[in-house]
Design a binder for this molecule. Sequence first.
Ligand code: XLS
Ligand code: MG
Length: 355
Amino acid sequence: MAGKQTTTAVTGVYRFSFGPWNIDEGADPFGPPVRKPEALARKMAAAKRMGFQGMQFHDDDAVPDLDNKSAAVIEKEARRVKKMLDDAGLKAEFVAPRLWFSPKTIDGGYTNNDPACRTYAIERSKIAIDIANMLDAKTIVLWLAREGTYIRESKNARLAVLQIRDAINVMLDHDPKMVILIEPKPNEPVDSAIIPTIGHAVGLAYMTKDPDRVCCLVETAHSILAGLDPSDDMAYALAHDKLKSVHLNDQGGLKFDQDKSFGSYNLRRAFNQVRVLEEYGYGRKGEWVGLDVKTMRTQKQAVNTKHLSNSLATFKALLEKVRTLDRKLEAELIKARDYEELDRYILCHLMGRKY
Ligand code: XLS
Ligand code: MG
């Protein structure tokens, strides 16, 4: 039953992951790459060295150019990546179908106005599930990048919700065990997303034929772009027992999607995200902590992974802050309804000042 646990006596158990796209070449819409690409094997070695336990993949991170490969070649290449993971001592957390690069997904995947393109999106998602199985990943992630509109009149938004539901049902049928995680984002690259927030994602999960296998991934920056507090979004999904992964990062308000290092913009907001995970006992059912952070464009080649190691270090430092919070004092201040004093105590605690 969703949300059974109401006490705070448990602690989390944390495993960390990131994706190959989190060590990038620094290109943006206004400038070319400024660093050389790193081979997947080097990214895996960096993950291990920095203390990560897993990697996340797009289907074509594991099997590049997969639209032009046979099933046999896809399998051979996916198994080679699995062997690389084994050799590096890493697990694959998830595989995500990349439905935003192909000419067939210019107008979206599952909600494309062209039925042939919708079919492509569903078939591609089935291949992503097959690759996930080959990598022994337990989840697939749907970041619904182009499932939305550039102008409101271009799609029927009610129908689009049902199209996404139907596509998920096909994926659930394709594999009896795979868990599907929806990663919502309100905008960019589209103007308006069909599933913009975690509330929409949870609602959609209950519309599918197997709601227990349709869950969520909350990304810090995506919540902030929706004007919401990421820890509250996480709490909402946790109350439904539907938070199965997170993409921790940071974001300076309503700007382009920044994917800054975790805690780098708002440490208190980061503290509350760690706290909500810890109080649920996050990770005990195999949930991962993903760090979906981006290298600053100004960073040189030799130091292109600091955003990852820094984000991990910040998570661990904030976990320490959560675990050393004076709960008795907090309860007294809540009882007295002295939230000004509670505010002060939290700030002193975060600043490491004597209270
Ligand atoms: C977007 C994501 C995306 C997914 C997987 O924020 O990082 O790449 O997690 O498709
Ligand atoms: Mg993400």
